[in-house]
Design a protein around this ligand. Structure first.
Ligand SMILES: Cc1cc2nc3c(=O)[nH]c(=O)nc-3n(C[C@H](O)[C@H](O)[C@H](O)COP(=O)(O)OP(=O)(O)OC[C@H]3O[C@@H](n4cnc5c(N)ncnc54)[C@H](O)[C@@H]3O)c2cc1C
Ligand SMILES: NC(=O)c1ccc[n+]([C@@H]2O[C@H](COP(=O)([O-])OP(=O)(O)OC[C@H]3O[C@@H](n4cnc5c(N)ncnc54)[C@H](O)[C@@H]3O)[C@@H](O)[C@H]2O)c1
Length: 468
C-alpha cells in the first residue's frame, strides 16, 4: 500500500516560488510539504538568474574599468574564461540543492522527492521514481508552483536538431566561436552580451519583431542595439527564421531566413519565451486543460475550481515571469491560505524588471503606450543619465535615457524606465512611488544624495516642472 500522508498545504514544485509558499504557510502555523522532481530552488538558482548573472559580471567589471581613463591602462587582458565558468558553477551551487533542502528543513517544511500529479480534489500522488508512490492529502490547499520551460517555435527542422535552451546556455562548459540566438528578449540579450564578452567571435541575435526587448519602451531596444553593435554583436530585427538544419550535434547549425539569408553558428540558443509546466500534473483529473497557464484571480486561486482549494503561483500562472514576483505571490499565498484577507495587485501595477546588460535596463509599471492604452492622461519626461555628475563619474561614453510616465490627472507616476549604469539600483524608488501613489509634489521633497545616480530623479522632477 502506498505511503499516505496529510498536510494542511501541499506545494507541487520547489522552485523559488514553491519553497517560499511552503515557508510562509508554515510561518502561519500550517503544516506544509513540498514535492520536487529535480532540484529544490528551481530554475532561478541553477539555470536562470544566478548563473546568467555570474556569466555577465566579469565582462561588466572589465568594461567599467575601461571607461575610466586612469583605470583603463590597467586592463591589459581579457576575462579569464575558466575562472568565469568556475565562478558560475559556484553561483549555481554546483547544481546541488543541499543548502536549500536544509533551509526547508530548518523552517519545518517536509519535502517529498518525485513527480507530483493531482489525482482529484486536494489529493496529489508523488511518483518517487523507484516504483513507489506517496499519496498526499491536503486539509486546506494545494499550491501549483511547477514553473515554466523554454518554448520551441514552430520553425521547420527546429525540433529535430540539437539546440541550447536556457539550461544549456547558462550551464555551458565552453564558449562557442559562433553563437546564434533566436529571440531578442531578456534571455537573448543577456546571453548575447555574456558570451560575446566571454570571447565568442560572432554573436548574432535573430529577433522577429522590429526591436530588441519589444515589451519595453522603444528607446530601450534602440539604445541597446546600438551598444551591442559597438561591441560586435550583430542584431537582426524583423528577421523571420523559416528553417533550421544541422547534420549532427557537433556540426554547425544553419538558420534560413524568409529573405533567403543563411546564418551559420556553432550553437544556437532558443530564447523565444516560455511555456508553463502543466502538461503532466493531473489537471485533467480536476476538469482543467493540461499545457496551459493556470489562470488565477487576485487571491491566486485557480479559476474554475470549486471551493477554492487550488492555488497557482510563480511562472505557472503567467502573471509575471520573474523570481521576485513569484516570491511576492508565494508570500501572499501563505497568508491567504491561512485566512488573511490580502490580494495580489502589485503584479499587475508595479512589476520591476531589470535586464542585466551593459547598459543596464530597468523598468517598472506601464510603458507610455500601455498607459495610453489604459486611457490614462499621459505625460512623459526624460533625462540622459550621462549628463548628471554620477553618470560622468562612471566614465567616458556613458549615456542612457531615463523616463517617467506620469498620470497627469492624478499627478502620480505610473511607469518608469532607466537605461544606464546602476539602473537597477535606481529603480526601487520608482517602484515605491508607483505602489505608494506618491504625488509628484511630495516627490519634490525626496532629495537624492549628490553625486549618486539617483540624482537623475531630481532632473526628471525638474523636467516635469518645466525646469532645466
Ligand atoms: C535564463 C534566465 C534568466 C533569468 N533571470 C532572471 C533574473 O535575473 N531575475 C528574475 O527575477 N527572474 C529571472 N528569470 C525568471 C526566473 O527564473 C523565473 O521567474 C523563476 O525561476 C520562476 O520560479 P518558479 O518557482 O515559479 O518556477 P521554477 O523555478 O521553474 O520552479 C518550478 C519547480 O517545480 C518543479 N516541478 C515541475 N513540475 C513538477 C512536478 N510535477 N512535480 C514536482 N516538481 C515539479 C521543477 O523541478 C522546479 O524545481 C530568468 C529566467 C531565465 C530562463
Ligand atoms: N533579468 C531578468 O529578470 C530575466 C532574465 C532572463 C529571463 N527572464 C524572464 O524569462 C522570461 C523568458 O525570457 P525570453 O527571453 O525567453 O522571453 P521574452 O518574452 O523576453 O522574449 C522572447 C523574444 O523572442 C522573440 N521571438 C518569438 N518567436 C520568435 C521567432 N520564431 N524568431 C525570432 N524571435 C522570436 C519575441 O519577439 C521576443 O522578443 C522573460 O519573460 C523574463 O520574465 C528575466
Amino acid at each position: 500500500m502506498a505511503d499516505q500522508r496529510q498536510y494542511d498545504v501541499i506545494v507541487i514544485g520547489g522552485g523559488s516560488t514553491g519553497e517560499n509558499a511552503a515557508g510562509y504557510a508554515r510561518e502561519n502555523g500550517l503544516t506544509a510539504v513540498v514535492v520536487e522532481s529535480e532540484l529544490i530552488g528551481g530554475e532561478c538558482s541553477y539555470w536562470a538568474c544566478m548563473p546568467s548573472k555570474a556569466l555577465l559580471r566579469p565582462g561588466e567589471v572589465l568594461e567599467a574599468a575601461r571607461r575610466v581613463p586612469a583605470a583603463a591602462p590597467a586592463v591589459t587582458g581579457s576575462v579569464d574564461v575558466d575562472k568565469a565558468l568556475r565562478s558560475r558553477d559556484k553561483f549555481a551551487s554546483d547544481w546541488n540543492d543541499e543548502g536549500q533542502a536544509q533551509w526547508l528543513a530548518s523552517v519545518d517544511v517536509d519535502v517529498v522527492r518525485g513527480t507530483g500529479r493531482l489525482t482529484g480534489e486536494r489529493t496529489v500522488e508523488v511518483d518517487t521514481g523507484d516504483g513507489e508512490s506517496v499519496m498526499l492529502t491536503a486539509r486546506k490547499a494545494v499550491v501549483v508552483a511547477t514553473g515554466s520551460s523554454a518554448a520551441v517555435p514552430p520553425i521547420e527542422g527546429m525540433r529535430d536538431i540539437a539546440t541550447w535552451d536556457n539550461r544549456d546556455v547558462t550551464a555551458a562548459k565552453q564558449i562557442p566561436r559562433r553563437l546564434l540566438i533566436l529571440g531578442g528578449g531578456v534571455i537573448g540579450v543577456e546571453m548575447a552580451q555574456a558570451f560575446r564578452r566571454l570571447g565568442a567571435e560572432e554573436v548574432t541575435i535573430i529577433e522577429m519583431t522590429d526591436r530588441l526587448l519589444a515589451n519595453e519602451e522603444p528607446f530601450v531596444g534602440e539604445e541597446l542595439a546600438q551598444a551591442f553593435e559597438n561591441e560586435g554583436i550583430r542584431v537582426l530585427t524583423g528577421a523571420k527564421a523559416t528553417s533550421a538544419a544541422r547534420e549532427s550535434a557537433d556540426a554547425p547549425v544553419t538558420i534560413t531566413l524568409d529573405d533567403g539569408r543563411e546564418l551559420v553558428g556553432d550553437e544556437i540558443v532558443v530564447a523565444v519565451g516560455r511555456k508553463p509546466r502543466t502538461d503532466d500534473i493531473g489537471l485533467d483529473t480536476i476538469g482543467l486543460e493540461p499545457g496551459r497557464y493556470l489562470d488565477v484571480d487576485d487571491h491566486l486561486r485557480v479559476k474554475g475550481i470549486d471551493s477554492g482549494w487550488l492555488y497557482a503561483a510563480g511562472d505557472v500562472n503567467g502573471r509575471a515571469l520573474l523570481t521576485h514576483q513569484g516570491k511576492y505571490q508565494a508570500r501572499l499565498v501563505g497568508d491567504i491560505i491561512a485566512g488573511r484577507d490580502v490580494q495580489a495587485w502589485a503584479d499587475s501595477r508595479a512589476v520591476p524588471r531589470v535586464v542585466f546588460t551593459d547598459p543596464q535596463i530597468a523598468a517598472v509599471g506601464k510603458t507610455e503606450q500601455q498607459a495610453r492604452d489604459a486611457g490614462i492622461d499621459v505625460r512623459t519626461v526624460r533625462h540622459d543619465i550621462g549628463s548628471i555628475a554620477a553618470g560622468a563619474l562612471h566614465g567616458k561614453g556613458i549615456s542612457g535615457t531615463t523616463q517617467l510616465v506620469i498620470d497627469q490627472s492624478r499627478r502620480i507616476i505610473v511607469g518608469a524606465t532607466f537605461v544606464g549604469p546602476g539602473a537597477g539600483e535606481v529603480l526601487h524608488a520608482a517602484t515605491i512611488a508607483i505602489v505608494g501613489e506618491v504625488p509628484m509634489d511630495t516627490l519634490w521633497h525626496a532629495v537624492p544624495a549628490f553625486p549618486t545616480l539617483s540624482e537623475v530623479w531630481l532632473r526628471l522632477l525638474e523636467a516635469d516642472r518645466g525646469l532645466g
